[in-house]
Each structure stands twice: as C-alpha cells, then as structure tokens.
Ligand binder design. Structure first.
Ligand SMILES: Cc1cc2nc3c(=O)[nH]c(=O)nc-3n(C[C@H](O)[C@H](O)[C@H](O)COP(=O)(O)O)c2cc1C
Length: 192
C-alpha cells in the first residue's frame, strides 16, 4: 500500500526503506518491552569500525518519571509532539576506543548506523521512529551522569503512528507533505 510518505524512487529500493518515515503523530498504544528490546537488538547488529560498538542507549516509557526527565531536555520545537511518543531513546556515542584512551574517530558514524538499523526494524514491526538532534546536550548528559568519554548523539521518539489531524500546526502540515530527496545524479559520481 502506498501513501503520501512513500518514497518515489527511480530504482527498485526495498519497500521497508521506501515506507519508513519520521512521523510526529503517535497513538496511545504502548510499545511492549520485548518489542523495544527487539528494536534495540536489531540496532546492535549494525556494523561498526573494528566491531567496537561504541554506543549506549537509555530508554524510558511514556508515563514514567524517566520519560518526563528525558522529555524536559528536548528543544521547544520537539516537545509538543513528543509528549505522545510511547518511548524515548537516547543514543549515546563512546568517544574513546576501549582500554586505550585513544580517540574513536567513528563513534558518530557508528551510532548513526545503529540508529538506521533500529529505525528499519521498528518500521517492519509497525512502530515509527523519529530522530532528534534538537535537545539540550549538556542538560541531558548531566541528567544521565555521563562520563566525559560519552556524548549524547540523538534522542529518538518511538511509537505507533496516528492521524495527522491530532497535531497542531506546523506539525500537522509536515505530516502530510511528501518526502523528497536529492536526485541520484546530484551526489553520485562514476570514476572510470
Ligand atoms: C541527526 C538527525 C537529527 C534530527 N533532528 C530532528 C529534530 O530535532 N526535530 C525533528 O522534528 N526532526 C529531526 N530529524 C528528522 C529529520 O528532519 C528527518 O529524518 C528528515 O526530514 C527526513 O525525513 P524522513 O525521515 O521522514 O524521511 C532529525 C534527523 C536526524 C537524522
């Protein structure tokens, strides 16, 4: 089934990828703990440089104090629609290679790989995810008591998607606007 958010691709891209998108309208339905853990485990099977897996994740379910604490660190533009998310997940990158005190130059890359796998697994289960960089990094690090070697990378809102009508503007319009991408020719180059 196609909808306004389905990617209009030039080539036969996987349906899972075409249909994933980042909604802001979430239903009341809770995410079962085992489903959340399935999603997180899927993320852990993403590749990472030297298999260092330089990530940690802190999550909280709606209706808990933990959720309210995480939510309080979100940017004003992200707070209205994330109130209704079923789960908030903080993605944390570990900046040092294990046991070496050496910089891991790929921690942000690898955290992003984790998140991609997580979002696709979630989508396959009917659960939508919406990544955010709009949050107070210092406040969140303090709240979680993170060591200096850890960095908060993103916060992800997860939930079962719901109708755009439930949202106020400007979020409502974003929910019904088609997704776009640069054309392949704009960013791919063949070297002969
Ligand atoms: C690192 C990152 C940070 C983002 N930050 C925010 C954010 O703070 N608020 C928001 O509404 N969306 C945020 N997004 C979502 C993007 O705007 C969204 O993925 C993009 O517009 C493409 O839309 P799609 O995911 O529906 O294809 C972020 C996405 C990424 C990957």
């Amino acid at each position: 089934m196609s909808n306004i958010k389905t990617a209009n691709t030039q080539f036969p891209v996987l349906d899972l990828i075409k249909k994933r998108w980042s909604p802001r309208s979430f239903s009341d339905k809770a995410i079962a703990e085992k489903d959340l853990l399935t999603i997180l485990e899927a993320g852990s099977w993403a590749p990472s440089a030297n298999n260092t897996q330089p990530w940690r994740h802190v999550y909280a379910f709606r209706g808990t104090e933990g959720f309210d604490k995480l939510w309080s660190t979100l940017a004003p533009g992200n707070q209205p629609w994330t109130r209704q998310a079923a789960v908030l997940v903080v993605s944390i990158g570990i900046k040092e290679l294990p046991d070496t005190n050496q910089k891991n130059h790929y921690y942000l890359h690898d955290a992003g790989m984790f998140n991609s796998f997580m979002l696709l697994q979630a989508h396959s289960m009917g659960i939508s995810g919406h990544l955010m960089a709009g949050f107070d990094k210092a406040k969140l690090a303090e709240l979680l008591g993170l060591p200096a070697t850890d960095e908060t990378v993103s916060v992800i809102a997860l939930g079962y998607p719901d109708a755009a009508d439930k949202l106020q503007e400007p979020y409502k319009t974003r929910e019904i606007t088609p997704r776009t991408r640069k054309a392949l020719e704009e960013f791919t180059y063949q070297l002969n």
